[in-house]
Design a protein around this ligand. Structure first.
Ligand code: SIN
Length: 294
């Protein structure tokens, strides 16, 4: 256990995830405490801070201490604050698609994807509804040397088309508490390097997620289009299976009041849809990042 000022950081696995105690999050936190939270977050990739009670405005205010607001496409904000979205599935919607219910890194299809996400649990089910994260630094470091070398010049093509194009409107219609507006703009594509360097820690990581990466471009691989070649499809599948392997993961069982922060530059996550007949509600903010660098 490492003690920094009043903050205590305890690792939750040997791979990623830590718990911070002795912190009350607010928009007026001591800058040294904010720096300690940020350091723990970047080092551990996911940081669980239990026992918080933030209004949407306070959550946005705290998020600003980590960086600027990161624009949220497709998902409409809560009426109380334009920077906060609600992640909610009602007890009466057991069959609805879970928001965040497939492995992804938040909005990786943006030119500058969000650095951090802040998720605050307001009303979580008595069982189920956990979130699982996978460490993309651990996955990177576990790559065989020859595979890492081969992937070094690969560019990944990110797009929201499989999630937020108009063909997906029906999928999102099952969530009465969320207003998700699909758009043709979801077909836009963005190229990011597959192997990236973290701008704060300098750690190398795989910037990949099977939801938004729909193509790969590189020597002998493919043309980066969704239809792609056989080798491209095989590599996409392999990357998904490899990077989400259970040995790279941390799973969080939510309690009301938890705030979990994660670094989208070094993780993927998935929200489990195993709480049919129960309600789950959390508020989410995202903090701006920069274009990923090889
Ligand atoms: C998300 O992907 O942002 C939602 C995660 C969750 O609800 O656990």
């Amino acid at each position: 256990m490492v003690k920094q000022m009043s903050i205590e950081i305890s690792p939750l696995t040997g791979i990623l995830g830590a718990r911070a105690d002795g912190v009350t999050l607010s928009s007026s936190m001591d800058p040294d405490l904010v720096a300690a939270v940020r350091l723990a977050l970047v080092e551990n990739e996911v940081l669980v801070i239990p026992g918080q009670d933030l209004s949407p405005a306070e959550q946005a205010g705290f998020s600003h201490l980590l960086g600027a607001y990161s624009p949220v496409p497709f998902v409409q904000p809560v009426p109380e604050h334009q920077e906060v979205i609600k992640v909610v599935k009602e007890a009466s919607e057991p069959d609805a698609f879970n928001f965040g219910g497939v492995w992804h890194s938040d909005f990786s299809f943006l030119e500058a994807p969000p650095a951090f996400t802040v998720l605050h649990a307001l009303d979580v089910p008595s069982v189920g509804g956990d979130t699982v994260w996978s460490s993309m630094t651990a996955a990177h470091d576990a790559l065989p040397d020859d595979v890492r070398d081969a992937l070094d010049d690969v560019v990944a093509v990110h797009t929201a088309s499989a999630s937020y194009s108009p063909a997906q409107q029906e999928l999102h219609a099952g969530l009465s508490g969320m207003n998700i507006r699909t758009s043709e703009s979801a077909h836009e594509t963005r190229r990011h390097p597959l192997l990236v360097t973290h701008p704060e820690s300098g750690k190398r990581s795989l910037f990949f997620n099977g939801t938004y990466v729909r193509g790969l471009h590189g020597k002998g691989i493919g043309d980066g289009t969704e239809s792609g070649g056989r080798e491209e499809r095989r590599l996409l599948r392999w990357l998904h299976d490899f990077t989400t392997h259970v040995r790279f993961t941390f799973r969080h069982r939510w309690s009301n009041g938890d705030v979990v922060l994660w670094d989208n530059r070094t993780t993927q996550h998935v929200a489990l849809n195993d709480y049919g007949g129960l309600r789950r509600e959390l508020n989410r903010t995202t903090v701006a990042g920069s274009a990923p660098v090889a």
